[in-house]
Design a protein around this ligand. Structure first.
Ligand code: ARG
Length: 442
């Protein structure tokens, strides 16, 4: 094969479609036999030939290079069974063939990612259950805001993974449409049975318009978008792992095998795995932009530009799969340093909102209460005190409404548990969240 042929071809990157390509051809041939477009004996020979190729591939044999994987399979078939192998391509084109192959592959990819997400949720739920008594500061603007349970934080990610699963499930519906039988662009004069092909290949429906059938790549774009959002969620979690491992926080440890030392600074443990997962988002988002750009402005129907679609699809799939596998293992080893997260709740006056609520319950307009507590915080800062280091006399300088029970409102664990609204951070709410998410796991 010359350089030019190699340049316009896709053999260097579509090889992984070989299995789905053969499966697609076997179904097509069975349909051709059923509709009497080819006779049963011919069909049998072709299918036996295709199956022998599959068998050899499974043993590690490599198919000889051609312009693309579809030509490679066809040429190999003809090599094995003679010119009759060429009948396989009756009533179809590589255009509807490649669109079908890619859909079959993405269906498999969705199932693979779905399993990993589900497993990740199980790990998160277990982590949340095991750490139900760990209190930590919750942040807004990355500033200490209000105390929360670490389990609440962990379960927020389980919710993201739930949406990721649902997004994939929805995407699957649009992947699950068979374009085979659209032929090159106009359909075919042969009396084929597309419903039968769909049944054999496990597609829910067949495409309605042959032009759209061969040129649509929305399903691939949606899939890579789904990969991008998963990657995005992972970057947020990884960012927090990196922060929490920083000695300034010192909230967690993860197994050493997910970190590395520095070649020059002996004291360091770098959170490399989390950083790499965070960094992979660059190429995964890039895959989405690449795919959008490939399809942008293409006139109907098939254009060779579309051949490039496979590179971003495979890249996004491979990298998200890898990231999820590493993330699953890494989070399994995550341990909270309970004393440190608790100690951290004493910084940053995170009981302030609670004190304002304490006054508001006693009919002080919330805005006024907010002002009073702001003054208390300023007083604490001036005299280097913490809120629960104040005496009742000091509180009363700011308002006579403070009684001894105010101290109950200064304890981080109590504060978290006082949150009664649905979806809040209290232990009761966490137990409910765990129950609800568990029901959605497979
Ligand atoms: N290798 C091509 C692709 O991946 C297959 C379809 C080629 N069709 C064509 N008319 N040249 O898209």
């Amino acid at each position: 094969m010359g350089n030019f042929e190699q340049f316009i071809g896709s053999f260097s990157f579509d090889g992984r479609l070989v299995e789905v390509d053969i499966i697609c051809s076997i179904a097509h041939v069975r349909m051709l036999v059923k509709t009497k477009i080819i006779n049963a004996l011919e069909g049998k020979k072709i299918i036996a030939g295709l199956e022998s190729i599959l068998k050899d591939l499974k043993k590690g044999w490599k198919i000889p290079k051609e312009e693309d994987i579809h030509f490679a399979v066809e040429k190999e078939l003809i090599r094995r069974i003679g010119l009759i192998g060429g009948k396989m391509h009756t009533a179809r084109s590589r255009n509807d063939q490649v669109a079908t192959d890619l859909r079959l592959y993405i269906k498999y990819a969705i199932k693979t990612i779905d399993k990993l997400l589900n497993n990740f949720q199980k790990i998160l739920v277990k982590k949340a259950s095991d750490n139900i008594d760990v209190v930590m500061p919750g942040f807004t603007h990355l500033q200490p805001a209000q105390p929360i349970l670490a389990a609440h934080h962990i379960l927020a990610y389980a919710q993201m993974m739930q949406r990721d699963k649902e997004r994939l499930e929805d995407c699957y519906k649009r992947v699950d449409v068979l374009p085979l039988g659209s032929a090159a662009l106009a359909g075919t004069s042969f009396k084929i049975d597309r419903q039968y092909s769909a049944k054999l290949l496990g597609f829910r429906s067949v495409s309605e318009n042959s032009l759209d059938g061969v040129s649509d790549r929305d399903f691939a774009i949606e899939f890579v978008f789904c990969m991008s959002v998963i990657s995005l969620h992972l970057t947020r979690f990884c960012e927090e792992i990196i922060l929490w491992m920083n000695p300034e926080f010192n909230y967690i440890t993860i197994d050493d095998k997910f970190t590395s030392g520095s070649s020059i600074m002996p004291q360091k443990r770098n959170p490399d795995c989390a950083e790499v997962i965070r960094g992979k988002s660059g190429r995964i988002f890039g895959d989405l932009i690449a795919l959008l750009t490939i399809v942008k402005s293409l006139p109907l129907a098939y254009n060779r530009d579309l051949q490039e679609d496979k590179i971003p699809v495979f890249d996004a799939f491979d990298n998200v799969k890898m990231c999820l596998k590493v993330m699953n293992e890494m989070i399994e080893t995550l341990k909270f340093i309970k004393e440190n997260t608790l100690k951290s709740t004493e910084k940053g006056f995170i009981a302030a909102t609670e004190i304002a609520d304490y006054l508001a319950i006693q009919n002080v307009p919330f805005r006024t209460a907010h002002g009073i507590v702001k003054d208390i915080v300023l007083y604490c800062k001036k005299y280097s005190k913490t809120l629960n280091g104040l005496s009742i006399e000091e509180f009363n300088k700011f308002s006579q409404l403070f009684k001894k029970d105010i101290f109950k409102y200064l304890d981080a664990k109590n504060i978290a548990d006082m949150k009664v609204s649905y979806g809040s951070t209290s232990k009761k709410s966490i137990i409910r969240q765990i129950g609800n998410i568990k029901r959605k796991l497979t």
